[in-house]
Write a protein that binds this ligand. Sequence first.
Ligand SMILES: Cc1ncc(COP(=O)(O)O)c(C=O)c1O
Length: 387
Amino acid sequence: MRRSLRMQSVQTPIIPVVGELIRSHPGTISLGQGVAYYGPPPEAAQAIQTFLSDPENHKYKLVQGIPELLDAIERKLAAENGIDLDGRRLVVTAGANMGFVNAVLAITDPGDEIILNLPYYFNHEMAVTIADCKAVCVPTDENYQLQPEAIEAAITERTRAVVTISPNNPTGAVYPEETLRAVNEICLHWNVYHISDEAYEYFTYDGASHFSPGSIIGSDEHTISLFSLSKAYGFASWRIGWMVIPEHLFEPVRKIQDTNLICPPVISQWAAVGAMAAGRAYCQDKLKVTAEIRRLVLDRLREIDDFVTIPNARGAFYLLLRVHTDMAPLELARQLIEKHHVAVIPGSTFGIQDQCLLRVAYGALQKDTAAVGIDRLICGLRHLLSL
Ligand SMILES: Cc1ncc(COP(=O)(O)O)c(C=O)c1O
């Protein structure tokens, strides 16, 4: 059978490769997993009773989501993000990844370009390639911060969107409001969309604050905002997120989602209604532990700052270490698992090939495990780099 050339050009993600290595080395502590350590609030389980109480709930529902969840999201966006839905529409998706695929399909034709900032989130690059478009990668600075002039310089007549992720996966960088405003302004000027992935909006530390470009006056026609319950509410397997889109994209997005999903799983949507009733306070409370683990990890990593640079990262639950070595990051990650039983994700996964970067994820850990994991990482790096 002839194989699709398009799909052959899509990268194979490294995460399952690392997962397999972890499985074949039992006892490995994973600093690789990009999930929160906790599950949903009890209110989510309670709301499932409402789902079960009505036999009508087993039928297909609206493509864009059930009214009860749409209402809860609308209130949240107004209260927390400063986004009102004037000139915009809301579509519940099966997670922010689906929101991104919907967005790319809705705004592009084959051969169009989407600007991603490096390091990118690998599923974004994959989605762009799957849509037969080209990911144009723009470097960030030494602290993984956006460079608006470089973004503007990368815009061509084929550009359809600029993607920003703040707080960022894989770097943990939080972009300042003025930078996101500058990017949004550039997009407005050049008539391209600004896709803003805000999956980690609640995960900020040391006084950093999250800013939603969708709150900018005049951003409604060109801004696509993506959100997710996966991280904030420990909802990763429930598959609920949403997209806020310009009114004119509602019909295209509805066609795509109708074909792909028909409607987000209704039981998960009810669970989401429950989770959102518990609200941000639920996440805020859980975040205290993650903030402590982050502090511990940062303090410990200072011991190796003679050969590892850790750019400022005040968000999400990631650090992207710059290791001063010529060793390939995948090889280093492999040896860390095989010889030191600790797993991290090589930076090449995120589109950077010319440096040895390792992503450390600390969101899924408890304090004791984090301490042992980071010990192994420090020991392992010293040993493997013969320092
Ligand atoms: C930046 C970013 N966007 C989206 C996602 C996926 O979110 P969801 O589970 O809502 O599809 C992730 C997951 O790691 C992510 O890091």
